[in-house]
Design a binder for this molecule. Structure first.
Ligand code: AOF
Ligand code: ZN
Length: 372
């Protein structure tokens, strides 16, 4: 893209306009770049947009490389959604390319918490005499890259809990059936949601009751591999279930208890972790997934598994799909059945966003945006 010129509305307004373009570009890598970040880059001179780039997928060139590869004009301003790298990784340092292309000014949304970068990118730009502005649209950039930031800062995957609920908050009817609480329209959205994550998790009861594939079937995610994670404490799931199929496209990881009577591995990646009467140790599960480079996890159920994640405070986001049905009944499963004794201890969500559909609504709320 090049040659777009609009009258300048002054340097500050121009900065905002071009940073928003960089942020929009960065999101084209949604679900495809992990465990690396989504990054957008826009080069501009005299109000004219000269070049753009974004990180397409894991292993592809960095956004800065894509934008600056063919840039022939000196003295441009470069808008970046993340601090540029100054280290040799899969690609040479982007800072070197920025200096070589004679960029005059860099406007970045945020610093990169990667210990290999962490301020050193900005320091090298400044040492080369390049003016830098940091922090423009920081909140939006942090929200966009929340998986990457959580993974970098905590060493554990970002965890989102997904539940399909009746209007009165039930995941199942009185008999424990969850098919189908929500409409086909909302279920399609729920399937699409999987693509945003690196892995999807379900417990043994859900696998037995619903025999799901847990695969990524919605169009638009190319050949993306989604890791499927199953918690099966006793290591006793029958082998003819759908979850054991299609492992090339969607590899299967199983976690069982160290105390399981049966210790035979059912897949190449079958791990045995500590457990107590509440179930498998979720910190051990998350730690093992992090070691495998999984930066984000979507927990899909069922009620007991979701309850464990909520009770232990091991989640960053809730995505609730609400149908227009009333189900009722004390025995119907709900997402946080152990509950809290005292309202003051209730997990609190911030920034809840609702999207409304003819057949229901979707709520996304965050426990924390950028953990320290
Ligand atoms: C990206 N894409 O556009 C930028 C990144 O694995 P490597 O060698 O490609 O390096 C990944 C690190 O590079 C990443 O964690 C981040 O710190 C920095 N910047 N990474 O994948 C990009 N700009
Ligand atoms: Zn780079």
């Amino acid at each position: 893209m090049s040659g777009t010129k609009r009258r300048s509305a002054g340097p500050q307004a121009d900065d905002l306009r071009f940073m928003k373009i960089a942020l929009r570009l960065s999101r084209r890598g949604l679900g495809l770049t992990e465990p690396n970040p989504m990054v957008g880059a826009v080069a501009v001179k005299d109000g004219r947009l000269l070049a753009t780039g974004f990180h397409r997928c894991f292993g592809a060139p960095h956004a800065e490389c894509m934008a600056l590869e063919d840039l022939a004009v000196a003295g441009a301003t470069l808008y970046l959604t993340l601090e540029p790298c100054g280290h040799f990784g899969k690609t040479p340092p982007c800072v070197d390319l920025i200096i070589a292309r004679k960029i005059r000014r860099v406007v970045a949304a945020m610093a990169d918490p990667n210990p290999l970068v962490n301020g050193s990118g900005f320091a090298r730009l400044q040492a080369a005499g390049i003016e830098t502005r940091v922090g423009l649209c920081r909140e939006q950039a942090e929200r966009s890259n929340r998986h990457y930031l959580t993974f970098m800062r905590t060493g554990l995957p970002y965890v989102a809990i997904h539940a399909g609920l009746s209007l009165d908050g039930k995941m199942t009817d009185k008999a424990g059936r969850s098919r189908w609480i929500t409409s086909p329209e909302l279920r399609r959205c729920a399937h699409g949601l999987r693509g945003e994550f690196s892995a999807i998790l379900a417990g043994r009861n859900t696998i037995l009751a619903d025999d799901p594939h847990l695969t990524l079937r919605e169009p638009g995610w190319g050949g993306k591999q989604l890791l499927r994670v199953v918690l099966d404490s006793g290591n006793s799931l029958p082998h003819d279930l759908n979850i054991f199929k299609d492992q090339e496209r969607s590899p299967l990881v199983i976690f069982s208890s160290l105390d399981a009577g049966e210790r035979k591995k059912r897949t190449a990646r079958h791990f045995f972790v500590p457990a107590d009467d509440q179930g498998l140790s979720l910190p051990a599960v998350l730690g093992r997934l992090a070691e495998m480079g999984i930066a984000s996890l979507l927990v899909e159920g069922g009620g007991r598994v979701i309850d464990s994640f909520v009770r232990q405070g091991l989640f960053d986001e809730l995505v609730l799909f609400h149908s227009g049905r009333l189900v009722g009944g004390r025995d119907a499963v709900q997402p946080f059945c152990s509950g809290i004794e005292d309202l003051a201890q209730a997990p609190q969500l911030a920034d809840c966003h609702w999207s409304h559909f003819a057949s229901g609504s979707i709520m996304r709320g965050y426990r924390r945006c950028s953990p320290d």
